[in-house]
Structures are given as C-alpha cells and as structure tokens.
Design a protein around this ligand. Structure first.
Ligand SMILES: *Cc1c(COP(=O)(O)O)cnc(C)c1O
Length: 513
C-alpha cells in the first residue's frame, strides 16, 4: 500500500493479527480490598431496614482503584471508533459531529438537576425548551404538533402508526389494516407496522430507485391504512413523483407516514408536510446532532398535522392562560390520546441538545448544513465512481449506494472485505449490505461535518483499496490488520450474546463482617 496506510507495513511485518488477545474485564482486574470512594458519604440520616431486608453477602463487584478504572476505559475507547476519531460515513445514520456547546447547555444545573415531578411553576424554562423545539421542528417539517416521548426512531414510527390506527378507529375505519412499505425502506418500517398491528405490503422500486407507481396503485385499496415512505429514500434519491404518490394514497382514503429519521438532505429545503405527509418522526440523534448509539440516549419525536393531534401521547406542552390573563406553559393530555409510550416527557436533555444545535445554526445555518451534506455526498460519489459501480448514477442527495458486485466478480473481494480494510485507516466503514435491493451494497453518508481534505482522504483510501483488491493473494479477506478485534463471529454474538460475567468459582465469596 501507499504511505497513506499507517498500519499496512507494520501489519505485514507482524503477520499475526493481534486480535486474539482478549482485553481483561474489570472483574478480572479486581484486587480484593482495593477501591476508590466514588460514592459520597450520605447527607441524609441513615435508615435501619432491619436484618431481613439486608443482603447476607456483599455484592460481587470489582474492587479497583481510580487509576485502574481510568486506564480500563481509556483502553476501551482506543479500541473503538467514534465521530471524534475520524470520518464515519455510516449511511442512513448521519454520524455528524456533535457540537460540544450542546453538552455545555445540557449540563447546566437548571436543566440537568430537574426532577420530572417538580411543580410546573418551577420548570417553566424546561417547558419552554420543549415548546420552542416543537415550534422549530414543526416549522422545518411542515407539521402542526409534536410529542417528544419516543426514545428512538423506531419507537417514533410505532407511535405515529398508533395515531393513524386511533384516527381510523375513530372514523369507523378499523377495517384498514394494511401498511404499504417500499422495498428500499429501513428495516424498522415493516417491523413498526407489524408491532402496531398492521399487515405489511411491499412495493417495488423502479430502475431509477423511486416507488413503482403501478405497483402502488395496485396495492392501494379499501383495506389500506397508510403508506410509510422515506424521501430521499435509503438509496439517497429524492422521488420526483412524491406529490403524486401522496395524492394516490389520500385518494384511496389512507394516510401518508414519513420516515424522517434522517432529514439531513432536506432540512430547510423542502418540507414533508408540503409533500403531502400527515405524520412523521425525526431522529434528534441523527439530523439534530445529539449523541448516537452507545453515546445516546436517542430521541424520535413524532410530528403530525392538526387533525391527528388529539391522539398524541400525553402530556404535551401547551400555553395556558391564567385567570389574571397571564400566559404560562402547562401540560395537557390530548382528548383521545393513545396513551404514554414512555415515562414523562421523553429524553429531555436530548431535546435541550437539539434545540441548542438549531438555535446556534439559525434558519440560514439549517439550510446551509443540508446543502453542504448533499454537496459532500455528491463530491464523494463522483470521485468513487472512478473505481466503484454506482447503480443509481452519480447524482444523489445526502448519501449514495455503491454496488461491489462487479468488484467481487472480478476479484473475489467483497463489500465486507473493503469495509474491514477501511478500519486500518481510521475510517469507520459505510453501512454494509443495505439497502437489501442492491447486491454487495456499501451505503455512504459523509455528512456536512467533513471538509474537502477529509473527503479526499476517504476517497483516496477507498480507491487504494480498490487497487489492492486487484492484487493476487486475496489479502483483503484477512483485513483489518491493525485492529484489536478484526472479524468477530457476528451471528454468534447476536444470537448468543454473553452479557454476564461468570464469577470464577475459585474466588471465595466474602461474608458480611
Ligand atoms: C435510523 C433510521 C431509523 C431508525 O431509527 P432508530 O433511532 O435507530 O430507531 C428508521 N428509518 C431510517 C430511514 C433510519 O435511517
């Protein structure tokens, strides 16, 4: 490889991947009697629970000093890759940089130390956060009302479909039991529809990546409850027939649900409400720069048009006029609410982070961010088209999908091999083998976070890997060479996860002194 590969020469010399050495668990590092006082002494009187409620033996927790702990977690962090470590072009996931000002604001004691059962008069500021975020998001999306309860995109989809189901029931149309989902959809769409009690009907995609209108027309009927759609879809393509699609669905008496988990191509440019959608969710942890995955917690607010608002989960924040005419913020439960989908008001501090992000960007910044995200994706797609097959062309929105099927045919190198090799260069792999309708798919979403130098680095590395794939010897099947863990058995890890440490029987348990 070229000098751009920091690990290749080392890796070749080393020959053996270093993956085999497992990292010690905290339980294995434990030394009896060691400790660090992380729990402060109580500042309230001790309560005597009585012998029968006390455990007979102390819990088997690892006994460690602060430096043991600190080194353990630093080592874990070095073995992982996060948005702060390098490019993270994980398609559909929008792994953009999370500005640290978001964390500063969310950590303010006036937000962080609130109790959800405090009197409303003492939390007007917190209610104002939810109220203003509702105003901004509904304006960006062309919707009227919102709930912040759902803790993830998938839970948002489920909640949105519950609104639709409740509305249909209220109109005496409970016989509408089918939800139409395009074959390019995110896997959560059919899953949420099933969870919400609907049957899923799949419609195909055209060669250009849009919804097949004739299949949609054939699928629509008196039993259709809704269409669920992402636009731009998971191929990174904006469906030019979207207004017609929503019209067909409405003409059939059904609803249009928009999967807005990833709004990064269109925020500030075009609004799902204007396309014709009735209800949607957005993922604050994608488009609105709040932490993802292990760094969560997430938030998947549901937004809807006014006619669905009476079914929203409660409580929602509403302006209330007191007898003296003053306006305060209060909580209300919508008249025909589907009930709670989560405790209290959702992940509140995540809402604080998203509002901070939006207010810092301003209206202009929101438009610029999406424009830059689309430009970045197109630049990368254009550069990569020199060596990779882009089955839907080089023009895209915020992400694009490459097919490595031709490369595999020529060289035997798979999308998995290329993704694994990227790890050696400090680049997180793109989404692999999704969408399902593209063979050997790599789905790339650089986001607006990356500058040209970073995009060129990603392109150079991928083009180098494509050249490396032509070399005889099949070395790429062994990649990565410089990672702590290279190719774990993902099926076993998913089917039989070991989430508990089995205490070794050789260590006697201490009894309470
Ligand atoms: C991420 C994503 C989802 C699911 O969101 P979660 O927060 O992971 O549940 C749904 N649809 C699309 C298009 C997505 O990208």
């Amino acid at each position: 490889m070229t000098e751009k590969d920091p690990t290749a020469t080392k890796a070749v010399e080393r020959e053996e991947p270093q993956a085999a050495k497992a990292m010690e668990l905290l339980f294995e590092r434990s030394v009896p009697g060691r400790g660090c006082d992380l729990v402060p002494p109580p500042d309230v009187p001790a309560v005597d629970f009585g012998e029968e409620l006390l455990r007979k033996r102390p819990p088997r927790l690892p006994e460690l000093s602060e430096v043991d702990l600190s080194r353990h977690y630093s080592k874990l962090a070095r073995h992982a890759h996060g948005v702060n470590d390098g490019p993270y072009p994980l398609g559909s996931c929008t792994m953009k940089y999370n500005p640290s000002v978001n964390e500063r604001v969310a950590a303010l004691p006036g937000f962080a130390d609130l109790h959800p059962l405090q009197p409303l008069s003492s939390v007007q500021g917190a209610l104002a956060v939810l109220h203003e975020l509702e105003t901004l998001l509904t304006r960006i999306c062309g919707m009227d009302r919102a709930t912040f309860q759902p803790a993830a995109g998938a839970q948002g989809e489920y909640t949105g479909l519950l609104l639709i189901r409740a509305c249909l029931a209220a109109r005496g149309q409970a016989g509408r039991t089918k939800v139409i989902v395009p074959d390019s959809a995110h896997g959560t769409n059919p899953a949420s529809a099933t969870m919400a009690g609907f049957a899923v009907v799949s419609v195909g995609s055209t060669a250009e990546g849009g919804v097949k209108l004739d299949e949609l027309r054939a699928a629509l009927g008196p039993d259709t409850a809704a269409l669920m759609l992402t636009n731009p879809n998971t191929l990174g393509l904006f469906d030019p027939n979207i207004v017609e699609i929503c019209r067909l669905v409405h003409d059939a008496g059904a609803f249009c649900y928009y999967d807005g988990a990833n709004l990064n191509a269109i925020m500030g440019q075009v609004r799902p409400g204007d396309m014709g959608f009735d209800c949607m969710h957005v993922n604050l942890h994608k488009t609105f720069s709040t932490p993802h995955g292990g760094g969560g917690p997430g938030s998947g607010p549901v937004l809807c048009k006014e006619f669905l608002a009476e079914f929203l989960p409660g409580p929602v924040v509403r302006e209330q006029t007191a007898q003296d005419g003053s306006v305060r913020l209060g909580l209300a439960t919508p008249a025909k609410s589907v009930g709670r989908v989560r405790s209290f008001y959702g992940n509140f501090l995540t809402c604080v982070r998203a509002l901070t992000y939006l207010k810092r960007l301003g209206a202009e910044g929101v438009c610029e961010a999406s424009a830059q995200a689309v430009l970045n994706a197109n630049y990368l797609a254009k550069r990569l088209s020199a060596a990779f097959d882009l089955p839907f062309g080089q023009r895209c929105m915020h992400e694009f999908v490459m097919s490595l099927a031709p490369l595999k045919e020529r060289t035997g190198v798979t999308a998995m091999d290329v993704a694994k090799r990227l790890l050696d260069f400090g680049i997180h792999p793109p989404t692999m083998y999704f969408p399902l309708i593209v063979h050997e798919a790599l789905m790339v979403e650089p986001t607006e976070t990356e500058d040209k130098k970073s995009l060129d680095h990603v392109a150079d590395v991928l083009l180098d890997i494509a050249r490396e794939a032509q070399e005889p010897g099949g070395r790429l099947h062994e990649a990565p060479f410089g990672c702590f863990v290279g190719r774990p058995d993902e099926v076993t890890a998913a089917r039989h996860p070991l989430l508990r440490h089995e205490a070794s029987p050789s260590r006697p348990e201490k009894t309470r002194a």
